[in-house]
Design a protein around this ligand. Structure first.
Ligand SMILES: [Zn+2]
Length: 135
């Protein structure tokens, strides 16, 4: 059974696990417990979190474009949209990344709105449908 190498950076770890199967390293895996953050960005579910801004896409080594995305999430059953969230998108394959510090800002904003210390800049009407009425 193979041993998992020690990784210098998160990028090294990402790169390694993209080309290796964790099933081959099962004996070397430790059980850990951690809180899973259920606040997902519904429009960008595959957004990868990076601790720092790399020069190029860690997955395919292409250059990034700086983009802004809408962060759509649900808090206590309410849909929330956060606009103007900076993110990175690789120019060739469209891999999307968000920096950890940006996510911290998103969390901070969600925290403020939860305590009603922040008013929304605008409110959207969202059309709601039911499959029952059409089938
Ligand atoms: Zn890429």
């Amino acid at each position: 059974m193979a041993k998992i190498p020690k990784f210098e950076t998160l990028d090294d770890a990402v790169e390694f696990w993209e080309s290796h199967d964790s099933a081959d390293y099962e004996e070397d895996l430790e059980d850990v417990q951690f809180e899973v953050d259920l606040r997902k960005n519904l429009l960008h579910p595959k957004l990868t979190v990076l601790t720092h801004r790399p020069a190029q896409c860690p997955r395919c080594q292409h250059d990034f474009d700086d983009i802004t995305i809408e962060y759509v999430t649900s808090v206590d059953g309410r849909l929330l949209v956060i606009r103007d969230v900076p993110a990175l998108r690789c120019q060739i394959n469209g891999h999307e990344y968000i920096l950890e510090k940006t996510l911290d800002e998103v969390e901070h904003l969600l925290d403020l709105q939860k305590k009603a210390q922040l008013q929304p800049t605008t409110t959207l009407n969202v059309p709601v449908f039911s499959l029952k009425t059409t089938v």
